[in-house]
Design a binder for this molecule. Structure first.
Ligand code: SAM
Length: 272
């Protein structure tokens, strides 16, 4: 949820200008998840959380915006499906904007292709999302170059510690090829101190600034469980920190257990 709240805030920043933008979703998933039935087990995390949030009172504007986006993919007064990142992006996009969504797992890629079958703004690539960074950036679609945009990197971290260097390398390559882009990386938090080498790699990437937003629903004292997650945003848009700041304590209150915490801090900041 934190990931999608931040994603929508990033899309809203891009929507403030008329100029077209391009989104590369390197690990897109199937695009839409049923909250009941077969897929529900795999999205248990989303379903428990989203039902808690929809019942919460007076959500801050970024959360209300997120809940509207989820509701837009559902019938009135019912919550049966959860939109994934490519669907949230496509819902927000205008006619002039483009999305490239990569998914390696054939069954997931097929579902994603079917979802966007009739949307000419969206290209689904059944391929490795890291390779796509080199193949698709800087973005050029039908002869149009896109100066502005976003790269979302949201891998499953099944490869555990091997994934972090791959993510950092891909983001470095993305910004070398497309320096104006914003890059957003989702990462799991078990023990925060074990993330230090990853953060050092991100800090060394030539980006203007890097913002970290984290929600830990448990204390980060056990390396064996997922205690929370974070988003690292390289080249965040102006005032993104102010836009998402109220979401963090709200999510902590609504979803957190004893010992829950949040963090919003600059790993690197352009003071110029
Ligand atoms: C965490 S899920 C993505 C969720 C999606 N971004 C969202 O927010 O709705 C990660 C996805 O990456 C896919 N995947 C794993 N390795 C990949 C790779 N190297 N390139 C592209 N997709 C990959 C998995 O099959 C899985 O569907």
């Amino acid at each position: 949820m934190l990931k999608h709240v931040v994603l929508l805030a990033l899309l809203d920043a891009l929507l403030r200008k008329d100029a077209p933008f391009f989104v590369l979703d390197t690990h897109a998933g199937r695009g839409r998840y049923l909250l009941h039935g077969k897929q529900a087990g795999r999205t248990g995390e989303a379903s428990t959380g989203i039902f808690q949030l929809t019942g919460a009172r007076q959500p801050p504007p970024v959360i209300a915006r997120y809940l509207r986006a989820v509701a837009a993919d559902n019938p009135v007064d019912a919550l049966v499906a959860y939109p994934g990142s490519p669907l949230l992006a496509a819902q927000a996009m205008r006619a002039q904007d483009r999305l490239a969504a990569c998914e390696l797992q054939p069954e997931e890629a097929e579902a994603l292709k079917a979802l966007f079958d009739h949307d000419p703004r969206v290209a689904v690539h059944a391929r490795d999302g890291y390779d796509a960074v080199r193949a698709l950036l800087p973005p050029r679609v039908d002869g149009v170059r896109y100066a502005r945009g976003l790269v979302l990197v949201d891998p499953p971290y099944e490869a555990q510690d091997e994934e972090y260097p791959r993510v950092a390398k891909a983001v470095r390559e993305a910004l070398e090829r497309w320096p104006q882009a914003t890059c957003a990386i989702w990462y799991p938090v078990k023990q925060r101190r074990s993330l230090q080498p990853f953060f050092r790699k991100l800090e060394a990437i030539p980006a203007r600034s890097v913002l970290l937003a984290e929600l830990l629903v448990h204390p980060d004292d056990s390396p064996l469980r997922l205690n929370g997650s974070g988003m690292a945003i390289l080249n965040p848009p102006w005032k993104l920190d102010e836009a998402i700041a109220p979401a963090l304590p709200f999510l902590q209150r609504t979803l957190g257990q004893a010992g829950a915490s949040t963090r919003l801090e600059w790993l690197k900041r352009d003071e110029g």
